[in-house]
Design a protein around this ligand. Structure first.
Ligand code: C6P
Length: 413
């Protein structure tokens, strides 16, 4: 019996108090927020850290000799140290701040792949990916003449690992794979996949947008070359994200964008680029957002990622069991190892209609294709309703979801 099963209610009740937004009513009902995969809510400590920065410390970073600029720089660079420790990167120079997972992946496509690939090369992805881990690779393949290859999934929404391995041929330059599927919740065995790719000399990027909020991530243990994630899915501010990159690879890569801060010296004849990671951070960054992200990491560290994973695992099991008992529910995604989300359909009710009826009852879920259209196509559907969890959810939230689905069935009878 894990920690969550021993004392689930106590843990969730305590954590929930840290999230002021959850205290409100929506359409006359206490809010049930089951859309954390789209964007997670922020604890008071994150909101306060951002507000304090704006009230007391705001100035540009890396530029000023005055006190406020020093304070802002210290807080911004302090967040980099926190993130380095959080994902156990070997060096702070391997932590590049971006606007989110999407920008992190585009950076790798354009700066790592584009100068190195051409006709005859392949980029390998999987059928489970979010559009952010598909379209940047399509673009770079169009630009370079390389080919995009897609590894299949089975009817449970699991990667077909033998097929994936057989696609890891000598002409594959990079494999881009999600840690956790945002549409189906499938947790991919990324450590094993990375080891297979490494044996064949293939670089690996992991889309960790849905991994980092739910489990401890150790990039050295995974041995990935790149790991991308978003601040707003891990209880931090929007417009923040991280690209972890192996230092030796980042060193060799040209800048992604030009501008202030990413240079050491500029003349009209030539420019010398700044050292890592600043070479990849052109222009004034999202200073307050990054400081908030640092506070989110503090919050997660003090809560404990293993504790979060254990608690959520019990709650996910409960959600799936309760959903399965609802008449006319079809669960979409049944991989053996899942985290965070469950997609489903209710009879022939359109998912958007279902989402609207649930909202009338104070229950927030996401509906549609979840920016993973190929996954929907694979299951022969246009979209799903998706409930997604964070550690501030509890069994009452799930019971409210189930009751709201019962109402929806009555409405559409
Ligand atoms: N998924 C969801 O509701 P950005 O927008 O850059 O922060 O994250 C993009 C992204 C990339 N990969 C995965 C696996 C994701 O889940 C997401 C964002 C949200 O599922 C919004 S579409």
């Amino acid at each position: 019996m894990n920690h969550a099963q021993r004392q689930p209610a106590v843990a969730a009740a305590d954590w929930r108090k840290d999230f002021p937004i959850l205290e409100q009513t929506i359409n006359g009902q206490p809010l049930v927020y089951l859309d954390s995969a789209a964007s997670a809510q922020q604890p008071r400590s994150v909101i306060d850290a951002v507000a304090r920065y704006h009230r007391e410390d705001h100035a540009n970073v890396h530029r000023g000799v005055h006190t406020l600029s020093h304070r802002a720089t210290d807080a911004y660079e302090g967040a980099r140290d926190k993130i380095r420790a959080f994902i156990n990167a070997a060096n702070r120079s391997e932590i590049v701040f971006t606007s989110g997972t999407t920008e992190s992946i585009n950076l790798v496509a354009q700066s790592f792949c584009r100068p190195r690939i051409g006709p005859g090369d392949k980029i390998l992805i999987t059928h489970l990916e979010h559009h952010s881990n598909i379209v940047p690779w399509q673009l770079v393949c169009e630009q370079s003449g390389a080919e995009l290859v897609v590894a299949p999934i089975d009817d449970h929404g699991q990667l077909e690992l033998d097929a994936l391995r057989s696609l890891m041929t000598g002409d594959v330059f990079l494999l881009a794979v999600g840690h956790v599927s945002n549409a189906l919740g499938t947790v991919n065995p990324v450590k094993e996949i990375i080891a297979d790719a490494k044996q064949r000399g293939i670089a690996v990027l992991v889309d960790g947008a849905q991994g980092v909020p739910h489990m401890a991530v150790d990039v050295q243990d995974l041995d990935c070359d790149f790991y991308a994630f978003s601040g707003h899915k891990m209880f931090g501010p929007t417009g923040t994200g991280v690209l972890y990159g192996r230092e030796t690879l980042l060193e060799e890569m040209p800048p992604y964008q030009g501008g202030g801060d990413m240079i050491l010296e500029v003349s009209f004849e030539s420019t010398t680029y700044n050292e890592l990671p600043y070479k990849f951070e052109a222009g004034t960054p999202n200073i307050s957002g990054v400081i908030g992200l640092g506070a989110a990491v503090d919050y997660l560290q003090s809560t404990g990622m293993q504790r979060i994973a254990d608690y959520e695992s019990g709650l996910h099991d409960y959600m799936v069991a309760q959903l399965a008992r609802v008449d006319d529910v079809r669960l979409v995604g049944s991989a053996a190892n899942r985290a965070g989300v469950q997609s489903f359909l209710l009879g022939d009710i359109h998912s958007h209609d279902l989402g609207t009826i649930l909202d009338h009852q104070g229950v927030a879920i996401r509906t549609g294709h979840h920016c993973a259209m190929p996954v929907m196509t694979r299951f022969g559907i246009s979209g799903t309703a998706r409930a997604s969890l964070a550690f501030y959810n509890n069994r009452d939230d799930i019971d409210r979801l189930i009751a709201a689905l019962g109402k929806a069935r009555q409405v559409f009878k």
